[in-house]
Each structure stands twice: as C-alpha cells, then as structure tokens.
Design a protein around this ligand. Structure first.
Ligand code: HEC
Length: 150
C-alpha cells in the first residue's frame, strides 16, 4: 500500500513538473507581452494571407500567391498564448490554452505548407498548390476546433 502511494506521489510530481515546463516555455514566447489584441490582429492577418493566396490561384498570379504564403509563414510563428492564459492557474485551462506541443506542430506544418505552396505554384502545379492550401485550412481549424473547443 505504501509503495502504491509513493508511486502515485511520484506520478503527480512528474505531471506537475511537466506542466511547469510547458508553463515556462510559454512564458518565453510571451516575453514580449503578447496580448489578446496582438493575437486577433495576427489571426486577421493570416485570414487575409489565406484570401490573398486564393485570389492568386484564381488570377493565376504567382506574386500574389507568394506574398500571401510569405505573410502567413511570418505570422503563424508569432501566435502565442496571451498573458492571461499564461498566468492562469487552472491546470486544465492551462493545458487547453498552452498545449505547446500541439501548437508547435501546427505552426511547423503551416510554415512547411506555405513553402510547399510557393514551390508547387511556382512549378505551375496549381492543383497540388490548392491541395496544400486546403491542408493549411485544416491546420487552422485543428486549433480553432480541437485545441480551443470552438
Ligand atoms: C494555436 C491556435 C490557433 C491557430 C493555429 C490558428 N488560430 Fe485563428 N484563432 C485562435 C484564437 C485563440 C482566436 C481567438 C482570438 C482571440 O479572441 O484571442 C482565433 C481567431 C481567429 C480569427 C478571428 C479574428 C477576429 O477578428 O476575431 C481568424 C480570422 C483566424 N483566427 C484565422 C486563422 C487562420 C487563417 C489560421 C491558420 C492559418 C488560424 N487562425 C490558426 C487560435 C488559432
């Protein structure tokens, strides 16, 4: 029985240490005091970048597609938990808001897909470029629906 208890304590301590790591990691990304307003404007910028790329497909204009993809690539890496979320003490809400591993995966994929769109469209492969574009939309929604429970 004693052994079992010790095991539990160890697990709890470990889980706690883990959430502390996630916490301090997001503190780093939040060092510049990323606000709710910053995030909304980054989101709007990404929405615009997506629309730009789509126009570029329809007008068959590489420069517009490329500008949109570059803008998206630059902006997605800025997205962070906001100060209030980082300071939240509710463990479940912290996990929900700062699921750092998942967020990083989404960000990495969006950066990669943006580059793929530029190269595919640049090669004249519009269909492939649009397929990659759709993958980006799904990554956006993974956060909106999956992580944020919208
Ligand atoms: C890491 C999570 C995450 C990812 C990834 C993400 N979003 Fe968001 N998005 C949010 C959150 C959180 C909000 C709500 C903003 C707020 O109120 O702080 C939001 C809101 C928005 C809004 C509404 C902004 C407004 O005016 O209120 C748009 C548009 C948007 N996102 C577009 C995108 C696009 C396009 C992508 C993909 C390229 C994307 N988002 C990827 C978390 C994310």
């Amino acid at each position: 029985m004693k052994k079992l208890l010790v095991g539990c304590v160890a697990v709890v301590t470990f889980a706690f240490a883990e959430s502390n790591i996630a916490f301090s990691e997001s503190n780093i990304t939040c060092a510049k005091n990323y606000t709710c307003g910053d995030r909304i404007s980054d989101m709007q910028r990404m929405g615009q970048a997506m629309q730009d790329m789509q126009s570029g497909f329809f007008y068959n204009n590489f420069d517009i597609v490329k500008a949109g993809a570059e803008d998206l690539k630059k902006t997605i890496v800025e997205v962070s938990p906001i100060k209030e979320e980082v300071e939240n003490t509710d463990v479940y809400e912290i996990w929900l808001a700062n699921n750092t591993a998942m967020k990083k995966r989404i960000q990495r994929r969006i950066v990669q897909y943006s580059e793929d769109i530029i190269s595919r469209f640049g090669d004249g492969d519009v269909i492939q470029a649009i397929q990659v574009y759709n993958k980006i939309t799904l990554e956006c929604m993974k956060c909106h629906v999956g992580l944020r429970k919208w």
